[in-house]
Design a protein around this ligand. Structure first.
Ligand code: PEP
Length: 251
């Protein structure tokens, strides 16, 4: 049975005080989440140590939203994978479409980042997804296939076991427009097939593939009912503990 995950990407939201309060609110109602559904929260860098303390003693995992593509040194403003591990992270998100779009995150940089993250004992939530124009032209399989092959195909099978994939169509992120369950299932199945072609059926079957993009309590159930959707990467709705937990309870 592959792992079911509901992960909250807080992006550049909340102060440390608000973030700790949000984490505590999630912890206080975690017992409502069905067994077998793992929760992950990804606050901003400045919050990590404090949120780690708020999560201590629970099985809610801490994630960063990004990491540097160099291990250490003169890279002003960057945060290394080793620092994230030291701060209590179990995961880092990599390749989010906002990083790809606004910060020039390309596959070459992502290969470096993913290796550093894995070398430092972090699991990776690796984001892929097409833009609206690419979907309209019917190129979404090609785009997502390339995002996967350029980065994940460089990994060893052992490394691949530490990867969670998040399919996040760019046109659905923060827009209120969600992919239909059929659209999402179709491409999740394609992603699993792509992983199977490189790493074999067993690894593909064990790979958790999350859906992200305007996922909320009202649509999570239908999405999570799809056979190849193993949970969600949640942006906006993860900033409210009740909404985040309601999504996790959709299983
Ligand atoms: C995201 O950016 O990872 C995301 C899924 O955002 P939202 O849920 O707000 O669309």
């Amino acid at each position: 049975m592959r792992k079911k995950i509901v992960a909250g990407n807080w992006k550049m939201n909340t102060t440390v005080t608000e973030g700790v309060a949000l984490a505590r609110a999630i912890v206080s109602k975690k017992n409502e989440v069905p067994e077998g559904v793992s929760l992950v929260v990804a606050p901003p860098f400045t919050h990590l140590t404090f949120v780690a303390a708020a999560l201590k003693g629970t099985d809610i995992a801490l994630s960063a939203q990004n990491c540097a593509y160099e291990p250490k040194g003169a890279f002003t403003g960057e945060v290394s994978a080793a620092m994230l591990k030291d701060a209590g992270c179990a995961y880092t998100i990599l390749g989010h479409s906002e990083r790809r779009e606004y910060y020039g995150e390309n596959s070459a940089k992502l290969v470096k980042k993913i290796n550093l993250a894995l070398d430092n004992g972090l699991k990776v939530i690796f984001c892929v997804g097409e833009k609206l124009a690419e979907r309209k032209m019917g190129n979404h399989f090609e785009v997502v296939g390339a995002q996967i092959s350029e980065v994940l195909f460089t990994l060893t099978p052992e490394q691949m076991k530490q990867i969670v994939i998040a399919y996040e169509p760019v046109w659905a992120i923060g827009t209120g427009v969600t992919a239909t369950a059929e659209e999402a299932q179709e491409i999740h199945a394609f992603i699993r097939k792509t992983i199977a072609a490189r790493f074999g059926e067993a690894i593909a079957e064990e790979t958790t593939i999350l859906y992200g993009g305007s996922c909320k309590p009202s649509n999570a159930k239908e999405l999570f009912a799809c056979p190849d959707i193993d949970g969600g990467l949640i942006g906006g709705a993860s900033l409210n503990a009740d909404d985040f937990l309601a999504i996790a309870k959709s299983y």
